[in-house]
Design a protein around this ligand. Structure first.
Ligand code: GLY
Length: 316
């Protein structure tokens, strides 16, 4: 390469990131708390979170309390107790939590513990680590006073037995109803959490996006926060939640940022992906956004005006 051309190219490649990484000066939304979460189980989750937010509680306490609701609900078959098991009939759970200071905790492939989100928070608060997995995570939880419980309900066992007998191919469309929850408190601080039993009848040992900071969840208290639901493998490959936050940093609205992150996945799949990924996003100024790839997606939003479900259509 001729020196002149090289200098020109280098100048461009140095200049571009400076523009791309320039922080938007986003004003903080104060005194107007809100909580945003995925799917219909977001409504009861928001209710629990709102109880805390409305009494001037922290966004971190709110997202943990919210996530615990579907974790304990046997009817939520994609989260916690009653979550559909893996191909061996074992319920294995993933969760993570992140606060306004950038601290985070995560637990993956944990068994027999009903509230992985609280284990993730404990990891964040009492260890030097971010993530514990499997048997080590279970031992840590027990050492911290968490009770062990059989998480496989009669209904989930029956569904698994049926799947085993029929060798039913579970599709990524309908087996990824992770609860992801984002909140902003009276002080304007942000926090997020996600928790899931993951892809039903997955390979034993499979871990999805939900415990991966930057994939299933990311919080940057200067910019905003994002969380995912859907096919975790695709979210991990694109570092989805981090990408949405970074796009908001560059000036994309929360909706535009969610859409742009999904368009990258759609493009990789020849514009015809046969799976679902959805994002929810909350910017520092209180503006929210959401987008999904396929069909439709519902998120629940609670604020001073109430707690309502909102339905959006897929990009394709
Ligand atoms: N998004 C949840 C999972 O793929 O496990």
């Amino acid at each position: 390469m001729k020196r002149r051309k090289f200098i020109k190219t280098t100048a461009v490649s140095i200049a571009a990131p400076t523009i791309l990484l320039s922080n938007q000066n986003i004003p903080s939304n104060h005194n107007n708390p809100l909580v945003l979460s995925t799917w219909t189980h977001g409504l009861p989750a928001n209710k629990a979170a709102w109880k805390i937010l409305s009494k001037n509680g922290s966004a971190l306490d709110a997202v943990e309390a919210g996530a615990k609701v579907p974790e304990a609900d046997p009817k939520s078959t994609s989260v916690g107790y009653g979550g559909l098991p893996d191909e061996q009939g074992k319920v294995t759970l993933d969760a993570c939590i992140m606060d306004h200071t950038g601290n985070c905790g995560s637990v993956a492939f944990i068994q027999n513990i009903k509230h992985p989100i609280s284990v993730a928070r404990k990891i964040m608060e009492v260890t030097k680590h971010v993530m514990l997995v499997g048997e080590g995570a279970r031992q840590f939880a027990v050492s911290q006073g968490f009770e062990e419980t059989d998480l496989l309900t009669d209904e989930s066992r029956k569904a698994w037995k049926k799947w085993e007998k029929e060798q039913f191919q579970s599709t990524p469309h309908d087996t990824h109803d992770t609860i992801s929850i984002l909140a902003q408190d009276y002080k304007g601080n942000l926090a997020g959490a996600c928790t899931t039993s993951g892809w039903a009848y997955k390979l034993h040992g499979r871990v999805g996006d939900s415990p991966i900071i930057g994939a299933g969840l990311f919080v940057d208290n200067e910019i905003g926060c994002t969380a995912a639901t859907g096919l975790g493998e695709e979210v991990i490959k694109t570092t989805g939640s981090f990408l949405v936050v970074e796009l908001m940093r560059q000036g994309y609205s929360p909706n535009e940022a969610c859409e742009e992150a999904l368009k990258r996945i759609i493009k990789k799949h020849n514009r015809n992906p046969d799976f679902q990924v959805s994002y929810i996003a909350l910017r520092k100024d209180g503006e929210i956004g959401s987008a999904c790839i396929n069909g439709s997606f519902e998120y629940a939003l609670a604020n001073k005006k109430g707690n309502k479900l909102h339905k959006i259509k897929g990009l394709i």
